[in-house]
Ligand binder design. Sequence first.
Ligand SMILES: Nc1ncnc2c1ncn2[C@@H]1O[C@H](COP(=O)(O)OP(=O)(O)OP(=O)(O)O)[C@@H](O)[C@H]1O
Length: 272
Amino acid sequence: MLPNRTVRETKETKMISHLNVENLEIRYNVNAAEPAITGVNLEIKQGEFVTVIGPSGCGKSTLLHAMGGMLSPSSGGIYLDGIEMARPDPRQAAFVFQDYSLFPWKKVVDNVAMGLRFAGEDKKVALEKARAELGFVGLADKADKYPGELSGGMQQRVAVARALALKPKFLLMDEPFGALDEQTRRSLGQELTQILHDAGQSVVLITHSLEEAIFWADRIVVMKAGPGEISKEIVVDEPWPRSLEFMTTARFDDLRAELFHRIQPTTASEAK
Ligand SMILES: Nc1ncnc2c1ncn2[C@@H]1O[C@H](COP(=O)(O)OP(=O)(O)OP(=O)(O)O)[C@@H](O)[C@H]1O
C-alpha cells in the first residue's frame, strides 16, 4: 500500500506519558440550562488509540478541543503528565481536522514545515524534517506538489505529517476522514493506523463511523447527550497491525451492534 514509506524509529518511552481528564465540565455560556459536557473522567496513556463516538451534539469536539488546551474548563481539568494543559501546545497535543487546513498556495513540503517554523525551527532543518515526515506517511514524491494536485486522502496524510512533524505526545483527530469516500476512508485508515503504531503514537480520534470507532480503537469511549457525558468505555482487544479482514469478523459485528444500540439515545442499554 505504501511501498516507499520510510519507517520512523519507535519513540523512546523512558517515561510513559498520561493525559488525564478529571471531572471535566465545559460551559460555553454561563446562562445555558446545561453544560456542553460534564463529569468527564478519562485517562489515556502513551501509545494508546482511543476513539470517541456518540450522537451529534453530545460534546465530542468539545472534549477534544479541551484536551488540546483550546477550551478552558468550567470545572475539573486536563493534565498531561500531571501538568495542567492551560493552552494549546502542538508539541504536546496536535490536531488534525476534517478539512485538512492546508494552505493551497504553499507546496506540500512548506505546509508540513510550517508548524516547525512556528515552533522556532531553522528553515533548512524544518524543510529536512518535513521531507522526512512526508516519507514517513508515504508521500516523499509529493513534497514539491501543491495541495490541489493531491487527492483528498493524500491531503489528509499531509495534514497528519504536519501534525507529526512536531513529535506530539498525543494526536487529536476530529472526524479526519469525514470528507473522504468510504473506500478511501477504509484503506487510509488501515495505512495510518499502521504508520501511527510504528511510531508508538497516542491517538484520540473522534468519528461518526461505527466501523472507524472500532477499527482504530484500543478503547472506545461512548458519549451520550443532554448533557454530554461518557456512558461507556469498550476495550477492543484485537491485536495490531489490523487488516481490513477484521471488519468481516463476528467480533467486529458484535462490537458494531453494541455501538449501534448504545448511541441510539432512546435505547435501554444507553442508560446502563
Ligand atoms: N462555540 C460554541 N458556543 C456555544 N455552544 C457550543 C459551541 N460549540 C459547541 N457548542 C454546543 O456544545 C454542545 C456540544 O457540541 P460539540 O460540537 O462538542 O458536539 P459533537 O458531539 O462534536 O457534535 P457533532 O457530532 O455534531 O460534531 C452542543 O450543544 C453545541 O451546540
